[in-house]
Design a protein around this ligand. Structure first.
Ligand SMILES: [Fe+2]
Length: 181
């Protein structure tokens, strides 16, 4: 179901109005660019993608960084967007951390007791584009994996989820499925 959507300009204004810094806004623009590129490739590969939703979701995924840069920024972003009636877009903020956070881990992190997993094609493309864009710089999948390993340890289940998301996006976009890093 298509919820209420702002225009691109309104989404950018919302980031500023919420109090996001310029660095966060530039990152959101970089993620928008990357996510739309992936969406176009997926479409050419025969996958149905709502490109407007991908663009808006990418722009607004980090709006919660106006409140905190910690692990709660997804939930906070979701709250900000839901307060404005943007429920469809709230999911992009809530479900973009790592390659998604399942309920059990959410509980351990002190997040609300539920899954925070990207489920639609659009949410997966945005979560993945966010991993590819560190700030405004594009990094390789190998670099993303190493960063996850460095931060979480080599045996953390988030690494398996990241590999799965990578394979899924590669398949959608008709790209290489190379998961060694
Ligand atoms: Fe984020």
């Amino acid at each position: 179901m298509r919820g209420f959507r702002p225009t691109r300009e309104e989404a950018l204004s919302l980031l500023r109005e919420a109090g996001c810094g310029e660095g966060v806004i530039r990152h959101c623009l970089a993620v928008e660019r990357k996510a739309l590129e992936l969406a176009e490739r997926a479409e050419r590969n025969g996958v149905r993608v709502d490109r407007e939703l991908v663009g808006l979701g990418a722009l607004l995924h980090d709006v919660g960084r106006s409140v905190t840069h910690g692990v709660r920024h997804g939930v906070e972003g979701g709250r900000i967007l839901r307060e404005r009636g943007l429920h469809e877009l709230a999911r992009f903020a809530e479900n973009h951390l790592g390659a998604g956070i399942p309920r059990e881990e959410a509980r351990q992190l002190g997040l609300p007791d539920r899954d925070f997993l990207p489920s639609s094609v659009e949410e997966k493309l945005v979560a993945y584009a966010d991993k590819v864009m560190e700030g405004e710089e594009e990094v390789s999948f190998g670099q993303i994996l190493r960063r996850f390993e460095g931060e979480l340890g080599a045996n953390h289940p988030a690494l398996t989820r990241l590999r799965k998301l990578h394979e899924e996006v590669a398949r959608m976009t008709g790209g290489e499925v190379e998961v060694q890093g």
